[in-house]
Ligand binder design. Sequence first.
Ligand SMILES: [Zn+2]
Length: 501
Amino acid sequence: MRLHDDTIALVRERARILDQFGDGQLKRTGREFLARCPWHDDHRPSLTVSPRTNRVFCFVCARGADSIGWLQDTQGLSFTDAILQLADRYNVEVKAADEADAERLRAESAERVRLFETRAQQLERFSSDLLFSPGLEYLQGRGLTMETIEQWQLGWNGRRVMFPLWDAQGRCIAFTGRVLDDSKPKYKNSPNDLLYQKAEQVYGLHFARDEIVRTGHVVVVEGQFDVIRCWQEGLRNLVAVSGSSLTSAMVEKIVRTTRAKKVTLCFDGDTGGLKAADRALRELQQLVLQGELELQVLSLPAGQDPADLAPDMAHLLESAPHWVKWWLEREVGQVDLTDPQQIARAESGFRRILQVLPDGALREYVRRECKARLNSMPLIPAALVRTTRQLDACLWAERRALRLYLLDEGSRPALQDVSYTDPVNQYGRDLVLAIEGMAPNQPEQLRPLFSKLLCRAPGDVRDKLMPLAWPIPEVTRVITDNPVGELEAALTVLASEACQV
Ligand SMILES: [Zn+2]
């Protein structure tokens, strides 16, 4: 859906840049504020946060953003999602760009209201039905107090205990029902609809958010009951995947909304739990290796889940091993070194681990373990992993080069050979080449023609490239004052090892 210009303009006007920072992130200097720049390795705060221009700007990176761009960058949102999030926060009416979209938007919003009302009524009915049902006895038998049952608004519907599922604002969007006996299916979710998409749902995030934000640590368990039982025990940073596998999209959602830095996977020690942990590990590997997250994995004794172990969980979580250590034990922990077949299996286990690890301390640790246990060392080349910050630095250097190309004729010869890896930047480069082909002897026409033609590009491409042709005044000043410095800054990053693919 493309948003109406009025909506975008109103969000731009109302969203205040200062609101995008938490207490303690800002230092006042006169009428402006300083914060750490997230785009370079910033030791003394060099990001100016200006209420006057309603933007952030870093002179070191020659990079700035308004509230929308800031949300996009720091939370990994698309332009539209950033607008929608800010529109919600600043009470801006969301309008679609064309009539067909607008009609759909109205219909969807009416359907949402209806669904929320239905869920609220169900919530009330299920809660009151619980009081005279076998469900209450079951929940109390599993150690829940009345207070906890009420807090989590557990309910009863026919044969099932009902667990309400919540959205980020704490509204009930769906239910999971659990049977008390062994009949199948054991768990049943509401059907997917406008409010609820099973694959994206992380159970308990709404309750756990504050504690995750406070500690930077989120614990992921398998079942809803585990979350609630541990909550009662005072462990309040737990969420559950409840029946589906943990995907990197779920983790990104958690990390985006809580800034969590550390994830502990806590799965049952039976075969199903171990397989779930394997899958989750594969999903998260990239994020972890890019330096975005710390990861630990705790496998509980087979047959026991966090709910059974609730009083000891805090202690158990403290002892959770680093993911590489856990993986290593899983692959080679039980090896009988007198059995050649087992030794061969252990060696391929070590190979699998070494294949994904880039050069560094972790890889050295695994190599040492391999040497110690098998007295041999498989030859596996180190994986090449760029951290998110490196990826971003390369991408930004490309943008800086393209911007300089558009703005400074004198720098163009030096920038001819830059190779662009990002598709949007490639689009910009292709546009430049096309214009130069059309108007070969009019270098001063490049920038105006570029922005004219860009109007026909897809919305997100246009949003990303237009600021390169028409940057904010601070950036224009940096470039006119010192084009050679700007050229050097861009080329230095592009020539660095991290940007050589
Ligand atoms: Zn910076």
